[in-house]
Write a protein of this length. Structure first.
Length: 130
């Protein structure tokens, strides 16, 4: 798994390995949904600089094409006020949109879009005793 921690171009790439495949040779639905949640959680962790904890409340995925290649996840927030909610240091819910693409020929490239998902997280600040 490769994660590109960049606010301008955040993406996660998951290789097409045996553990992710089903009997048909495509990426299994459970593996895809788990990696979708992991990609969205990594994006939130990056945006909060690790100062918040989070739990996934809901994850949905819509299949468009089968995946016979590795996966390339691109994550972006649905609402524009994510930075404001993070800076408020209060618990909040946020929704993220994840577009899933087939991996391109070179690392970091995307192929065709094979699906899309939405993930809802409940996020709260970490209380530190310094």
């Amino acid at each position: 798994m490769k994660i590109n921690y960049s606010t301008e171009d955040f993406f996660v790439e998951v290789p097409h390995r045996r553990i992710n495949r089903n009997a048909y040779g495509t990426v299994g639905g459970a593996a895809l949904l788990a990696n979708l949640e992991l990609a969205a959680g990594s994006y939130l962790f990056m945006r909060t600089n690790g100062r918040h904890r989070m739990v996934c409340r809901n994850a949905t995925y819509r299949f468009m094409l089968p995946s016979t290649n590795g996966l390339h996840f691109k994550v972006e927030p649905i609402s524009e006020n994510l930075d404001h909610a993070i800076d408020a240091l209060k618990p909040f819910n946020t929704d993220l949109k994840v577009n899933v693409y087939a991996c391109g020929k070179h690392p970091g490239e995307t192929g065709r879009r094979i699906g899309r998902g939405e993930v809802r997280f409940h996020v709260w600040p970490v209380q530190r005793d310094d």
